[in-house]
Design a protein around this ligand. Structure first.
Ligand code: SF4
Length: 365
């Protein structure tokens, strides 16, 4: 059995560590690139969202490299994500790839469902070995996210633009290569220290922009054209609450115990939206309300044709919490020059608004 799976940011690294410790043959398709997108666009039904297209492209590329068992997220929520694995399997069969898609659905059986799936993939490895490999994968995931948080803070204030990104890229490579907890921990501390020691600009009061929206486009830089790095170059500190390590902690461990990270966000959204509308639409509205006082502005990332985010986009202007929101629709038509122009205009607006506030002249929106 040769396993393949789609990309979402650097998520392949913890999976690689997990599978390596269980001697599972893991095929990593090329990171998202123009060919991946072209394949996804060419073979997707019309109207599909970019997560479907890019993950389909990844699965085709994994199958081309010899993967015969493909992992694909699934869910029992309102979003059409629940149908993607089956649809993609049909497309792959039509293209002549003799593959099976295994759904990674954690909605029902949470941690146990996931561990049972890993046990099947590992040809019945002992539980002790599975749990140990799983813990190591989680440790890598947590280390990557902690370094990414540190990089988000440094990007807008670094004196030499690009320094934080270089350190971050090296850190990711080091985490990928770490084979034991000590090396991993040492690498994590070392790279966070390096980020903290980056020479900063004198005036370091960056604009703060929250970034909210659909899970996949938030976490896959190729789908949002490296939005966070571009904002960093413009001197903007990005705040994002969505990280895979957080999602894992709650979905697999704390939600089954009755603790939900989203209760506060849902409560904040209630005056405007009373129920889950699938995907991350409810959370997008709630985050705007909840963080309006902390952020200078909000960027809302929404895949084109994603119904939950379309609903959220239309509710956002009507909330009384008044911060500027820039909605960016992500699909294959999104191009870098256009996106940069919009980001620059948005950042200009936020700077004027902050200036006006500090001059006590009221708000310009
Ligand atoms: S939430 Fe939206 S973008 Fe994400 S999978 Fe569902 S429909 Fe597609």
């Amino acid at each position: 059995m040769r396993i393949g799976m789609p990309h979402m940011g650097n998520l392949y690294i913890p999976f690689k560590a997990l599978f390596k410790r269980l001697n599972i043959d893991f095929i990593i398709p090329p990171v998202n690139n123009q060919r991946t997108l072209s394949l996804g666009v060419r073979y997707s039904p019309e109207g599909m969202c970019i997560p479907f297209k890019l993950t389909l492209g990844n699965l085709i590329e994994a199958a081309e490299l010899g993967a015969d068992t493909l992992l694909m997220p699934a869910g029992s929520g309102i979003c059409r994500l629940g149908y993607y694995a089956k649809t993609q399997e049909h497309i792959l069969h039509d293209l002549g790839h003799n593959v099976e898609i295994v759904c990674v659905g954690v909605s029902q059986r949470k941690l146990f469902g996931l561990l049972e799936m890993i046990k099947r993939l590992s040809n019945n490895a002992p539980w002790s070995k599975i749990i140990s490999a799983f813990r190591f994968g989680l440790a890598k995931l947590t280390a990557m996210d902690s370094i990414e948080r540190a990089a988000q803070k440094v990007r807008p204030v670094e004196l030499v633009k690009g320094t934080a990104n270089n350190i971050f890229d090296k850190a990711i490579r080091a985490i990928d290569q770490a084979d034991d907890y000590n090396t991993l921990k040492r690498g994590q501390i070392d790279y966070i220290n390096q980020l903290n020691q980056v020479t900063k600009e004198g005036r370091a009061q960056p604009l703060v922009v929250g970034i909210v929206g659909e899970f996949y486009v938030l976490l896959e830089p190729f789908s949002n054209l490296d939005m966070e790095k571009e904002l960093g170059k413009l001197g903007v500190e990005v705040r994002r609450t969505t990280f895979v390590s957080e999602w894992t902690k709650f979905s697999l461990f704390l939600n089954p115990l009755g603790m939900s990270e989203k209760d506060r966000i849902h409560r904040a959204a209630l005056p405007y939206l009373k129920r889950d509308i699938g995907g991350d639409g409810w959370e997008s509205v709630g985050e705007k309300v909840l963080h309006a006082k902390e952020y200078d502005g909000l960027i809302h990332l929404a895949p084109f044709t994603c119904m939950p985010e379309i609903v959220a986009q239309n509710i956002m202007p009507s909330t009384k919490e008044n911060i500027p929101v820039l909605t960016v629709l992500c699909d294959e038509q999104l191009a870098k020059p256009g996106m940069l122009t919009r980001l620059e205009a948005f950042v200009d607006l936020l700077e004027h608004r902050r200036q006006a506030k500090s001059n006590n002249k009221g708000e310009i929106v």
